[in-house]
Design a protein around this ligand. Structure first.
Ligand code: FE2
Length: 456
């Protein structure tokens, strides 16, 4: 059934390059034959096969666009977005990409070919407390993975959800749409400076994110790690507001997340983030636990939200860390989770199940840094092994104040530094060959809360 009129008129023909104006005119004349659900209008007898220009309408306009990695960050990236419409039928998500050198920073000189086009799929997700329950309100995320990219290269992309009613004809994108930018990782094992931002716990602090987002985007991080508690409850309107506030940051850097306890509806969190599917992760923890290699850094994300989750991921974690430490390309291992192993904060404090199931593995494999959130202050431990200060060993950081309301900090035997700061915080980590530096800042960037370095 035809549900929507085609919206070829949205893009003014005069704004298009000459090469596309002719196709727009031809398509406009043909517009009444198109069914936006992807079917050739058999009533008119139209069986032509293109070329076809972009077509969209407000309910299919992409929102909440963001980037993650599912596979090698040197040669792939995944772009995702949502649409108001949750009708999968007849729609195809597509992304067009080009190097920034070719296309320009604004993508104005973007060229198009089949080799520079990627197609993905849409997937419904549900506001439910448990995976697999489809009784709650449904939403839709579109996911496209770009592959075959050149390492250590700036790219631009455009993406959207398209009705390919010409049945396979080449579709060109909306050239008025903002381009997304990203940089592919250097090849695994490359030893050159890499800058990463680690943060977590927004919990509805979107106005402050917005106030700081342009400055934070200008840090120029290769990617972000987000330690959970994005919103207060994880309702879709809260997710939409978070993605909107984060847009300046998300357009430029992939964000690799872990689940917090305020992702009250886990299927909505996992529905909106495509993450690595590592071999050996128990089936019901797919994407809850993940790892990837970026240059000479092995990054691990874990679901720390229950004792059962910690226990169930332990065998995979042990194997993953064993492999990473045996890899001559990897110098650094950084682990991200929501619940802290060690915290002297008076609100939540340390997490017994993280200490029981994972800390022995962090010590066994000499993990360099363990980042957590949950407590909304900043705290760093000494290198901490067997519940004692050590010359070297895992360093645990709590940085849970990405604009959620602040908590009161405390101090304990493991505490090297602890601060309430000005309530909010984030960490910038720089890895350069065998040296790792990180600096914790107040949320407004005005105050340095901590600086720490590790030399291999
Ligand atoms: Fe939390």
């Amino acid at each position: 059934m035809r549900k929507y009129a085609i919206y070829l008129g949205i893009l003014a023909t005069a704004s298009l390059p000459a090469c596309l104006q002719s196709t727009t005119a031809a398509q406009a004349a043909d517009a009444n034959t198109a069914d936006v659900n992807g079917q050739t209008d058999t009533a008119s007898g139209d069986t032509s096969t293109g070329p076809v220009v972009w077509q969209t309408n407000p309910v299919n306009a992409p929102t909440a666009m963001h980037l993650t990695w599912q596979h090698d960050p040197a040669t792939t990236v995944t772009v995702q977005w949502t649409t108001a419409a949750t009708d999968l039928k007849g729609y195809t998500p597509k992304a067009w990409f080009d190097t920034k050198a070719n296309a320009g920073a604004d993508g104005a000189k973007m060229t198009f070919s089949a080799a520079q086009t990627a197609t993905g799929a849409g997937e419904l997700y549900y506001q439910s407390l448990v995976a697999g329950d489809t009784t709650g309100p449904q939403y839709l995320t579109w996911t496209v993975e770009l592959t075959g990219l050149t390492p250590d290269t700036d790219y631009v992309l455009r993406a959207g959800t398209w009705s390919d009613y010409k049945n396979g004809a080449f579709i060109q994108p909306d050239l008025t749409q903002e381009v997304m930018t990203f940089h592919t990782a250097p090849k695994k094992g490359t030893r050159q400076p890499v800058k990463v931002v680690l943060a977590g716990d927004s919990r509805g602090g979107n106005a402050l994110i917005t106030a700081n987002a342009d400055r934070l985007a200008a840090i120029g991080a290769a990617f972000w790690v987000f330690n959970g508690d994005f919103t207060d409850m994880g309702l879709q309107e809260q997710w939409d507001a978070w993605f909107l506030a984060m847009h300046p940051i998300l357009n430029g850097a992939p964000l690799m997340p872990v689940q917090g306890n305020h992702e009250v509806f886990p299927p909505m969190y996992y529905g909106q983030f495509a993450l690595p599917v590592n071999a050996g992760v128990p089936d019901n923890y797919t994407e809850h636990a993940w790892s990837m290699n970026y240059a000479n850094i092995h990054v691990v994300g874990l679901d720390s939200t229950s004792a059962a989750a910690a226990s169930d991921q332990a065998a995979w974690l042990d194997a993953d860390l064993t492999a990473a430490r045996a890899d001559a390309d990897i110098d650094w291992i950084v682990v991200a989770m929501h619940y802290p192993a060690y915290s002297a904060c008076t609100n939540h404090g340390s997490t017994a199940w993280v200490q029981k199931y994972w800390v022995p593995l962090f010590e066994k494999h000499n993990v360099d840094l363990v980042f957590a959130g949950h407590d909304h202050n900043y705290e760093r431990t000494w290198p901490w092994v067997n519940n004692n200060k050590a010359a070297k060993g895992p360093v645990y950081v709590v940085a849970g104040g990405f604009f959620a309301d602040g908590y009161t900090n405390g101090s304990d035997i493991w505490t090297a530094t602890s601060t309430h700061g000005n309530k909010h915080n984030y960490v910038v980590m720089t890895v350069n060959d065998k040296k790792l530096d990180f600096t914790a800042y107040s949320g407004d960037g005005a105050t340095t809360l901590d600086q720490y370095s590790i030399q291999k």
